[in-house]
Design a protein around this ligand. Structure first.
Ligand code: FES
Length: 141
């Protein structure tokens, strides 16, 4: 499989600066009882294919990357590369892959399987349900 790469500078990769940001509207999500619930009305970054947000901090037990895929479907991943740097991930534009922001660019297919780079294991995918304007990510650590 041909692998595309997210455009990042050398220094961004060395320091592991991910392209994907936290939500613009900070309180567009909440976490309780294993469910990350995102208000899509406020999470505008997720309304167009290729959009993504990283969720972390607060009472969320793991970092989560949520992506609106090229076909408009939603996917969620544990936002932690399985290579030893455990850096964050970004969606690769025009593909349904996600990629580590580090210098080694480990890349994973839509199911989380490693397709490029040194990451020794797949990344964890979380089930996603859509309920009108709410996106519910079922978190299992
Ligand atoms: S931490 Fe992801 S490739 Fe090294």
């Amino acid at each position: 499989m041909d692998c595309k790469f997210v455009k990042r500078s050398f220094f961004q990769r060395v320091f592991g600066v991910s392209e994907t940001k936290k939500p613009t509207v900070a309180n567009c999500w909440e976490y309780e009882d294993g469910k990350l619930v995102i208000n899509l009305h406020e999470a505008s970054e997720l309304r167009t294919p290729g959009g993504a947000i990283r969720f972390e901090g607060g009472n969320l037990p793991v970092r989560v990357l949520v992506v609106c895929g090229e076909g408009g479907e939603y996917r969620a991943y544990r936002n932690q590369c399985t290579h030893f740097g455990h850096r964050r991930l970004d969606p690769v534009p025009g593909t349904n892959t996600v990629q580590c922001c580090s210098i080694n660019k480990s890349t994973f297919d839509s199911s989380g399987n490693t397709i490029f780079g040194p990451a020794p294991h797949s990344i964890h995918c979380y089930p996603v349900e859509k309920d009108q304007e709410k996106l519910i990510v079922l978190i299992s650590e």
